[in-house]
Write a protein that binds this ligand. Structure first.
Ligand SMILES: C=C(N)C(=O)O
Length: 126
């Protein structure tokens, strides 16, 4: 069974995808970028602020499926510049307990939608 998860508290999709899909007990989220859900504007003031907006968006997507970051088992981080790895890590890490942090990969890519600097997707289990 596939249940589409949507919330107005996170940015609306900017393409042919949903914010998240629940299959059984497993939630697959789309990648979040630093769009402000209220204005539709990008929040790119600094890499820290951008990463925080991504994580806040993701928090709302998880909440729409009645989950929290504690439910997350795997994340994928796409970044435009590996030199920003440490700053992104600092903000990202503040959302998780170090002992129970999810598995993840971080990859540098040539470009991201709307030319943002960071996009994060997650898999969570109920
Ligand atoms: C922002 C996205 N998740 C996308 O364009 O796929």
């Amino acid at each position: 069974m596939k249940k589409i998860i949507t919330t107005t508290k996170a940015p609306a999709p900017i393409g042919p995808y949903n914010q998240a899909v629940l299959s059984g007990n497993t939630l697959y989220t789309s990648g979040q970028i630093a769009l402000d859900p209220n204005t539709g504007e990008l929040i790119l003031d600094s890499i820290e602020i951008e990463t925080k907006q991504v994580m806040e968006n993701m928090k709302e997507v998880l909440a729409a499926a009645k989950m929290t970051f504690e439910n997350v088992v795997k994340t994928s981080i796409f970044i435009s510049d590996m030199n920003q790895f440490a700053d992104i890590n600092k903000v990202y890490g503040s959302y998780f307990n170090e002992e129970t942090a999810p598995a993840r990969e971080t990859v540098e890519v040539a470009n991201l939608p709307k030319f943002v600097n960071v996009e994060i997707s997650m898999i969570a289990i109920k």
